[in-house]
Design a protein around this ligand. Structure first.
Ligand code: PAF
Length: 283
């Protein structure tokens, strides 16, 4: 498996493949790969001749230095895991911060038509400018035909679709279903940092989302939110940061339910020091 660390060399390599008429998919990641990432890669391999997996912990999307420093970095293990999927049709791009930012590690400013101000945007200052900056840069370097993102970061997925639309980037964005552990916990690289008692407690998040979904069939968004708040208020280990029911396309909180709209519930929870997010389609 080829592992590139420089944008010029990977860009030339991908260009050479495309000039032979081969299609290129991309799965951007921050590494610490798990089964959820592999499912994105498998889907991308079904739909493209070659798949570029980027592995890069992007500093500009972190508003918390400790979180950035502690983010797991496991390149060798990640490459071995990718080899179990395919050795020849996957290319890894694992750049250094300098290769990407060329000595100026700052974000570009984006206007995502308000999507960036909801939920994660309120709690993680500058996060989506950082995501927009790196994803746009990846698309400029790799020029993939299609790129694959998980719905666990549903807001990020909507924002990347907006980025592509507004900047007229020639790439198709494919959203992929959340991959879960058998106990319902959404797969995340952060799960590896959970202490055992938190790992045991964390499936409560999805369990609560599923009940919230049922309640939303007969109750208002406000009542469901109140119920969720109460569930976490009495929980010993998990601390709710937000729970919100929003319109799935605008991400604006629901005021009055309409059966013409699609809704989703979003949640962010602290399990000790580790922040976990999840979401569920409601209708
Ligand atoms: O979802 C992630 O892992 C990151 O936000 C992404 C899209 C790779 C950008 O750094």
């Amino acid at each position: 498996m080829k592992v590139y660390t420089e944008k010029n060399t990977i860009s030339n390599a991908v260009e050479a493949l495309k000039s032979k008429g081969l299609s290129v998919g991309m799965v951007p990641t921050m590494g610490a790969l798990h089964e959820g990432h592999l499912q994105l890669v498998i889907r991308a391999l079904k739909e493209n001749d070659t798949v570029v997996v980027s592995i890069f912990v992007n500093p500009t999307q972190f508003d918390n230095k400790t979180d950035l420093d502690k983010y797991p970095r496991t390149l060798e293990k990640d490459v071995e895991l990718l080899k179990t999927v395919s050795n020849h049709t996957i290319i890894v791009y694992a750049p250094t911060v300098d290769d990407i930012y060329e000595g100026n590690t700052v974000s570009q400013s984006f206007d995502f038509d308000g999507l960036e101000f909801e939920m994660e945007g309120k709690f993680r200052h500058g996060h989506f400018d950082g995501v927009g900056t790196i994803v746009k840069r990846f698309f400029e370097i790799i020029k993939p035909n299609k790129a694959y993102f998980g719905e666990k970061d549903f807001q990020q997925l909507q924002i990347i679709k907006k980025l592509v639309e507004k900047h007229q980037l020639p790439v198709v964005i494919v959203g992929c279903k959340i991959h879960r552990e058998t106990n319902g916990l959404a797969m995340s690289s952060r799960n590896t940092r959970l202490k055992p008692e938190y790992l045991e407690a964390a499936p409560f998040i999805y369990k609560t989302l599923k009940i919230a979904k049922t309640k939303f069939g007969t109750k208002s968004a406000g009542k469901v939110s109140e119920w969720v708040d109460n569930q976490f208020a009495t929980h010993d280990l998990l601390e709710l940061e937000y729970f919100l029911i929003a319109d799935a396309s605008t991400l604006k909180p629901v005021k009055r339910k309409s059966n013409k709209k699609t809704y989703r519930a979003f949640i962010a929870v602290y399990a000790g020091e580790i922040r976990l997010i999840d979401n569920i389609a409601l209708n």
